[in-house]
Write a protein that binds this ligand. Sequence first.
Ligand code: SF4
Length: 474
Amino acid sequence: MSFSDLPFDVGPVYEGERIRGNQMYVELGGPKIDKHFELVRVKKEKEIEDGKVTIIGPNIKDMEEGGRYPIGILVEVAGPELEEDLEAVFERRVHEFCNFINGVMHLNQRYTNWMRLSKSLVQKGFNDLTMLGTVLIRLYKAELPIIKKAQVTLITDPKEIEESYDVAMGIYNKRDERARTIHDEDVDMYYGCVLCQSFAPTHACCITPDRTSLCGSINWFDARAAAKVDPKGPLFEVPPGECVNKEAGEFTGVNDMIKKRSLGEIERIYLYSGMEFPHTSCGCFEAIDFYIPEVNGHGIVDRNYGDVAINGLPFSAMANQTGGGKQMPGFNGVSFQYIGSPKYQLYDGLQLGFESGIYTIVWMPTTVKERVAEFIPEDLIDKIATEEDVQDINQLKTWLKEKNHPVVDTWVEMEEEEEEGEWEEEGAMVPMGTVGLTIPGAGGAGGFKVILKNCKIHAESIIIKKIEPKRRKK
Ligand code: SF4
């Protein structure tokens, strides 16, 4: 495979390239554009004109420098061994292959796809989106030899994209609905994915029926199909092994997998917890589940939410805290599909005396609430606040009390303990070196350990609060 006929370089070395606002020629898709998508479809060979690229809408030369435009990426592929279950996994490769181009930054997936083309790329001669389609076709056929033919359609017209966007949303929904028909205990094989290790070297997804990948694009069926056709590829089988803790979703096979794939950095994962040994997060998560210590509950914020969340942090700041392959108790990258699962942060919910993890949720943006409403129990839905109900933590506290959210029952002990157990040291400093801090029972969900390596922290004061695991009063 050669790209020598194109005026720019292509290769994995360019993955991870960042293009800031002042370096960008145009932005395609992203949070400021209403409708955009990327989709892969498996077709019959006779339906594909191999190598064909179709552009619908303004091309690069028609776009204003600094402008933002929709982007619909439709990749259609054919081959005798291809099956529909492979579409989602092929689709996830759009991210990787676009990032191979020196001067293209691609983020996210499905209907949250977001690209930037750099000024230097356009100066080198990238003046036609056909070149992007050509790169995709060549990479798909080279990297996935079971693909024999491929054609690409790129849509940049806001009107023309509407129909294709609706088709794409229908296909995503169909995939998600199918994934909800089975649960973790119904299968004897889980799957792993390391596609995001170029960005987050210690991250590996464990994909189970109840825990769709945190990017939301690969469910258990998709992962199974991918591991079957390419067992040595980025998606692979993970035999669950012995179940160590059913409520937490801890399995010896999953622990072995993460230990190996994170090169020993991470040793344990609780699949159903955001507070103890949480699943690692890369950066592609659809949403973040974050702990709100002031109310002993959790919030959920998604990447399309443009304002600060109830904890005063925007999604981007929390994403930095959460991603990069770290295991960060209290911040957990999740997919919408997982939020709708009965296993959603089950362990954290049980630690507080709830019947499921969804009862720990106290805040989410209106758009997220609408999206997951069908999965929220009837006795809870009106007790979860949104940005329209409360604007700060004090208002949230009042709201939760007024609505009698079940999390309020866990507060009594908390308040008593805070009065007794709080102390403060002035002018504290933790010197350079490796420091381990064991933090017991934060959030009422047991304990966790924070390891600070080669760091130097200056603080005017450190406040240490004694918080024991607490349960909801019956
Ligand atoms: S988020 Fe997980 S499943 Fe999705 S592409 Fe990255 S590693 Fe794979």
